[in-house]
Design a protein around this ligand. Structure first.
Ligand SMILES: [Zn+2]
Length: 364
């Protein structure tokens, strides 16, 4: 039986992908997502196994982002996060800012450009090159820090934990009483609404604003932006009773619909490839890598290329696929992202080429 990590009530499976791959290795694990019947939290129930935990232990240390993008990566996601943090920083204070899971330090670097008087520090287990942002290359632990911070940033971090509530509680011990937490997670409401390839092995928790509030006991949201990413600022305050109880059956129905269109579109790609259509993967990043690993056996003998207009260097594993300079009309283009706003932009760029587009996993 599955137990909800947020409220302790019973959860039931609502989505299965028996053939899921990790992006960074040829290892297949069954992916199962369960929904809590009481609070509506969606989480990867398949992550609560010894095998999963063993794989992930090494994965975060070898997580290669990273050198494919110019530093700092001034993309839409980083700019939006920066805007929201800056808006809540007191204007003239030399605030101390900690980012947990800071990776190369892109966001902290951009923050320091805007507010040179702030003291920034990152903590991340990944062994990235030094980019001038002071970073403790370890897993987060409260005892690494001698003093507390005015701001703590968790950008796309909380969704990686089996116990998000416990992790958030630990993180909050290094935050000053009057400080604020900035969080950024994939927005599950958008995943389901937009039918995006959002359920992936490396994500465990799937939040919306309601369940994010449940994970942050003793805090309340003072600002939130609900897009493909859910961005929110939390301060200490009265814990409110969860306002948003989800209707379990409608959640389960949306998840089943996604599962169904995923199967349907994987079959469609395979058929098209067998008919001799060239398959072009657009966006050679995490989602490409996990989709390609998953599809490559089925695409044996097919002509596959990749296309990418967001990075210049080629340091990602692209499985020996040739890079395509432009999209031509005869191809089947598979858009590779799990962010529906990124997918919109990609779709826009491909439109007019005459190519057939597959958007994982909006119905055909
Ligand atoms: Zn629950």
């Amino acid at each position: 039986m599955n137990i909800c990590p947020l409220c302790g009530n019973r959860a039931r499976p609502v989505y299965v992908n028996p053939e899921a791959y990790f992006a960074d290795r040829d290892l297949r694990l069954g992916l199962e997502v369960a929904a809590c019947a009481a609070c509506g939290f969606l989480f990867q129930s398949s992550a609560f196994s010894d095998q999963y935990q063993e794989v992930m232990k090494t994965a975060y240390q070898t997580y290669y982002d990273r050198d494919i993008f110019a530093f700092p990566r001034r993309d839409r996601e980083n700019k939006k996060a920066l805007d929201m943090v800056l808006r809540h920083l007191p204007a003239d204070s030399a605030a101390s800012v900690l980012e947990v899971g800071s990776n190369r330090g892109d966001l902290l670097y951009m923050l320091k450009e805007q507010r040179p008087e702030c003291n920034v520090l990152g903590v991340d287990p990944g062994q990235s090159d030094d980019r001038g942002v002071p970073t403790i290359r370890r897993c987060f632990s409260p005892d690494l820090f001698a003093s507390r911070f005015d701001v703590v940033i968790l950008k796309h971090i909380l969704e990686h934990f089996t116990d998000p509530k416990g992790f958030a509680a630990q993180v909050s011990t290094v935050l000053k009483e009057d400080g604020f937490l900035y969080l950024d997670v994939p927005n599950v409401d958008w995943i389901l609404k937009e039918q995006t390839e959002g359920f992936v092995l490396h994500h465990i928790g799937y939040f919306n604003l309601g369940t994010l509030c449940l994970a942050l006991e003793g805090f309340e949201p003072v600002a939130a932006q609900e897009e493909a990413s859910l961005r929110a600022v939390f301060r200490r305050g009265r814990t409110k009773a969860p306002a948003l109880r989800q209707d379990f059956s409608s959640l389960a129905e949306s998840c089943k619909k996604l599962e169904h269109s995923r199967r349907e579109l994987v079959g469609h790609i395979k058929r098209r490839a067998l008919e001799g259509k060239k398959v072009v993967f657009y966006g050679a990043y995490t989602i490409f890598r996990l989709l390609y690993r998953e599809l490559k056996a089925q695409l044996a003998g097919a002509v596959c290329h990749y296309f990418d207009d967001s990075f210049s260097q080629e340091r990602e594993p692209v499985f020996g696929l040739p890079r395509q300079g432009r999209i031509d009309r005869g191809s089947l283009v598979v858009l590779c992202s799990n962010n529906s706003q990124t997918l919109d932009a990609m779709e826009q760029r491909v439109s007019g080429t005459g190519a057939e587009v597959v958007r994982p996993w909006r119905g055909a």
